[in-house]
Design a protein around this ligand. Structure first.
Ligand code: ATP
Ligand code: MG
Length: 335
């Protein structure tokens, strides 16, 4: 592969701010230090932060999902809220309500937990559909309308929703159209034995002494600047062609007819854009000023699998969206 195909940018790029990147990487190291064996999750949390995207994290109970988001909030100078979803949750429990103040004779808006910079929405698939759509609308629009008044949400504004695997009873699976609002769908796996052993030592240590503080706290201005730098990462025309070929593989038979036949709903351009932006953020975190095929192939399943729907036959045969996307990545030529 010729490197120049990926790096030859037409115009001079803004020089990278190395001090800023070093602080972002210090945040990453601090997260990894407290989240054993979770490099993939940590990288994706930072990709969400650097792209202004929202994350859906799926995994069994007790896999440090809450811990990861709380730790991220410790490393950010912004407000943090946590919402535990239950079937009786109401949209106003998230958005806030307008109340009548007898003493002043006026209505006052009491903002709900969505008016924070980082929001952990635990077990989003236990919330009823009206709450889910209020949440996903705010994620898409960056504002909330309550009682006819529109309130802007903070910037940065990042939602990290968690869900337990779909089969659980008493849940409302997120509709496909709403899943599309999440930049990445991350699946957390059980730790291996060596990691589990380290988790015991780490958490035992924390219970005995004080937990280790995060090495840095990024300010809101730093987050914005890092976002701009990540957005400034170069994506060559050849790499854009690769992105398009990959996503087109979910729509046409060109790349892999057998995989295409398993797909009922293909990925939309929102998926292609998500993969490009996530790839830029990954390149930034890896100290590059340009995206390489690995940035795309590494993130393809997390960026695309939740945006495609399988045929009932494929699902019955045990296919999964992630397997289909991984298969496409194997077969679609990168450059
Ligand atoms: N990889 C890990 N690194 C450090 N601690 C971990 C790790 N995995 C689990 N733990 C510990 O396990 C416990 C459970 O973590 P946490 O509450 O974050 O899980 P969760 O995924 O949010 O679970 P639930 O789905 O039930 O909300 C915590 O004490 C946490 O410190
Ligand atoms: Mg939790």
């Amino acid at each position: 592969m010729s490197g120049s195909v990926l790096t030859d940018r037409p115009a001079a790029a803004k020089p990278a701010d190395d001090a800023l990147r070093a602080r972002v990487l210090a945040l990453r190291d601090g997260l990894e230090h407290g989240l054993i064996g979770c490099q993939g999750l940590v990288e994706r949390l930072l990709i969400g932060l650097l792209t202004g995207g929202h994350l859906l994290i799926e995994g069994a109970p007790g896999l440090a999902k809450t811990r990861a988001v709380k730790r991220l909030s410790d490393g950010l100078d912004g407000s943090f809220a946590r919402v535990q979803c239950t079937p009786d949750l109401m949209p106003a429990d998230l958005t806030g309500t307008t109340v009548w103040r007898q003493d002043s004779g006026t209505f006052e808006f009491l903002p709900g937990p969505l008016f924070h910079s980082l929001i952990l929405v635990d077990e989003v698939n236990r919330a009823p559909p009206k709450v889910q759509s209020a949440l996903l609308e705010s994620m898409a629009e960056g504002q909330i309308t309550v009682a006819g008044h529109t309130h802007p949400l903070p910037d940065p504004f990042m939602v990290v929703a968690t869900q337990n695997p779909i089969e659980h009873a008493g849940t409302f699976p997120l509709p496909e159209a709403q899943l599309d609002r999440f930049l990445l769908h991350v699946v957390v796996e059980m730790p291996d034995e060596a990691s589990e052993r380290r988790i015991l030592d780490l958490v035992e240590g924390e219970l005995n002494h004080h937990a280790e503080a995060m090495p840095v706290t990024l300010s809101v201005d730093e987050i914005r600047a890092a976002r701009e730098a990540a957005l400034n990462v170069y994506v060559s025309p050849a790499l854009k062609d690769y992105l398009v070929r990959l996503v087109a593989g979910t729509r046409t038979d060109a790349a892999a007819p057998d995989l295409r036949a398993a797909i009922e709903h293909p990925a939309s351009p929102r998926g292609t854009l998500a993969l490009m932006l996530a790839g830029k953020a990954r390149a930034y975190l890896h100290g590059r000023d340009h995206v390489i095929p690995e940035d795309v192939s590494e993130l393809a399943a997390d960026a695309l699998a939740h945006r495609i729907g399988l045929t009932w036959r494929a699902a019955a045969e045990g296919q999964t969206s992630r397997k289909i996307i991984r298969g496409l990545v194997q077969r679609v030529r990168a450059l």
